[in-house]
Design a protein around this ligand. Structure first.
Ligand code: FES
Length: 153
């Protein structure tokens, strides 16, 4: 682990020491720091907060927001809910897979993108929809999909 990150990790742990219910916020901050939750960092969190490692792993594997493997800098979530499915979500997903050379659930080798299909992102009126990080892209066509991804390249 790089020195700078180790210091930042320690600062996060110190900030929450003795605080009740701190585990989830700590994990969120640690994940923001590394873009995933490395084992080494989880061990440091366990030691610092006096929480058994087994409990930490229990929490990390329960919540889908936490990742144990490195994620891409940008997350692409393609909605495959009913409304989007009817309007061609599968085709959009396949287009992205071929564009990035990865499959649903994977991360590109350069760690620029992680691709995931999800069920309904709550904007069915814009179907088919995808999200890149916090941004929504609706009424997707293959061209729009490609252009949207290029903005994050
Ligand atoms: S089904 Fe895709 S946004 Fe609702």
């Amino acid at each position: 682990m790089e020195r700078e990150k180790t210091d930042k990790l320690q600062a996060v742990i110190d900030k929450y020491k003795g605080v009740k219910g701190a585990l989830i916020p700590v994990l969120q901050e640690v994940q923001d720091l590394f873009n995933y939750l490395p084992d080494e960092a989880l061990r440091a969190v366990g030691k610092g907060l006096k929480v058994p490692l087994s409990r930490i792993y229990g929490v990390v594997t329960f919540y889908t927001q936490f990742h144990l493997v490195p994620q891409g800098k940008n997350s692409i979530h393609v909605c495959t809910g009913t409304a989007c499915h009817v309007k061609g979500a599968k085709k959009m997903l396949e287009r992205i897979e071929s564009l990035l050379g990865i499959k649903d659930g994977d991360t590109t080798e350069d760690f620029k993108f992680t691709l995931k299909s999800v069920r309904c992102v709550g904007t069915c009126f814009l179907a088919p929809v995808m999200m890149i990080n916090e941004d929504y892209f609706g009424e997707l066509t293959e061209k729009k999909t490609e252009e949207a991804i290029k903005q994050y390249n």
